[in-house]
Design a protein around this ligand. Sequence first.
Ligand code: C5P
Length: 291
Amino acid sequence: MPDTLTGLAPAKINLTLEIGGTRPDGYHDLSSILQTLALADEVTLQPAASTSVENTGPFADGSPGGPENLAWRAVDALADALGREPEPLRIRIVKRIPAAGGLGGGASDAATVLRLLARHWPGVSENALATAATGVGSDEPFFLAGGTALVEGRGERVTPLPDLPGHGVVLFIPPDTLPNKTATLFRALDRDGRVDEPTVSTALAERLPARVTGADLYNSFERVAFDCFPGLAGLWEQIEARTGEAVRLAGAGPTLFWIGPVNETERVRNAAEGLDCTIIPTATAGSPWLR
Ligand code: C5P
């Protein structure tokens, strides 16, 4: 293995997220169109005497530094899938994606570790990568591909779709998230009781590539997010009133996002300036592995 391996780990938004019933394994069936963004962490791997994870950058706080970091777990999961010993690595992550915000940052870091190792460990098949990715979490299989894709099952069935044409995206990140957030949001949906059929995802998949706005999109978690995240409903209203645009919840939240024409990005960003959230302007982007 060379001295240093470096790769980008993009954030994602869910253009659609339709959550079906609970499965025998306790997970939920999903139908979701995911899209990678230009906003990305940077992951660097170096051979070392023992494994460590070091987070730097604007969103280093809130990202675990130990074996529970998904990037560390990815090394172990790939070694497991190949029946070999994990190689000790110094993992450095420049965190530009807020943690636990619904943007998939940790899962993307893990998938980037898998892609980097696949270039340098002998005998890594796409099958072993997929097994390792699913073993780490439900968003990881998507990040092995990136771009625009339909994700089904627990998250392990990934069908690439035609790339969305370039869109501007503005992320609005509230100051607080929740411990154990994703599981908490799924439990809130279970109490809500309604089960979504994958109608919006199927219809959008068929009409891609297409231009979209928030009004075309759908996320089952929006039914419970206002109850789970104090202050989110007020922030959502303020953003929509100031910008005159529909915004949506990113994944299990609490990040809200606007998507639309690239040349509107600056106006939307400026209109929300001063609200109680961190604002990050970015854009949709294809797979970093194909660039
Ligand atoms: O697989 P991952 O660790 O990303 O999922 C976090 C939690 O979200 C799981 O423990 C589970 O409670 C819930 N989940 C689910 N159905 C999915 C994906 C995640 O219920 N398809």
